[in-house]
Design a protein around this ligand. Structure first.
Ligand code: ATP
Length: 194
């Protein structure tokens, strides 16, 4: 069974993912793997170079500033970039999944509903936290600015729209309560996967 784990920036996806890992659940981090594939997959690199030109890479590293500035101005270009990266991640995820031996695996992804990929999952867990908390967490974690975090938040769906579509909600404020919710969802998922 494939379980999606999503939530807005700073909601605590990675924190929750670690709790599932501690219970022995294999977790695949889509955002991390997407970055890795953009750096190291020949096929992905070739397609990105075709789309953005040589400036897409600087010293063999993805030129994130350049790519972000391009896609920010052109939603069509963003769609084309997603059309390169998402299928590559999906393929890599499925091959990773076939090597796992547990009743269910978790695929962590910052956006699921936003890109309409909810049908790739048997169940979806959504992590939520108050917006002010999320902003402060990201400022503390990355040294980011309030403006930058708000920009990211505004590019994702609001929680209200995701809550109605998710199967499980983890409201992540108090870590001990979060852990209890994770334990409870784990028990339910084991039952479902049986
Ligand atoms: P992103 O979308 O940016 O990858 P995320 O949803 O994965 O973020 P995390 O990285 O798990 O979020 O959490 C953001 C920061 O907040 C981290 O530094 C994490 O340690 C901290 N954090 C998460 N949950 C809590 C909590 N319940 N109490 C205190 N700190 C928390």
């Amino acid at each position: 069974m494939i379980v999606g784990l999503t939530g807005g920036i700073g909601s605590g996806k990675t924190t929750v993912a670690k709790m599932f890992k501690a219970l022995g659940v294999p977790v695949y981090n889509s955002d991390k793997e997407a970055k890795r594939l953009m750096r190291s997959s020949k096929k992905v690199k070739k397609a990105i170079l075709q789309l953005f030109g040589d400036e897409a890479y600087l010293d063999k590293k993805l030129n994130k500033t350049y790519i972000s500035s391009k896609v920010f101005k052109d939603p069509n270009l963003l769609e084309q970039l997603n059309g390169i990266v998402h299928p590559a991640v999906r393929k890599h995820f499925l091959s990773w999944k076939s090597r796992q031996k547990s009743p269910y695996v978790i695929q962590e992804a910052a956006i699921i509903f936003e890109i309409g990929s909810q049908n790739n999952y048997d169940r979806i867990i959504l992590v939520t936290s108050p917006e002010s908390t999320r902003i402060q967490r990201v400022i503390d974690r990355d040294g980011s600015t309030r403006e930058k975090v708000l920009n990211r938040i505004n590019n994702q769906w609001p929680d209200e729209e995701k809550i109605v579509l998710a199967d499980f909600i983890v409201s992540n404020t108090d870590l001990e309560k979060t852990r209890n919710m994770v334990n409870d969802i784990h028990v339910q998922l084991l039952k479902i996967s049986n």
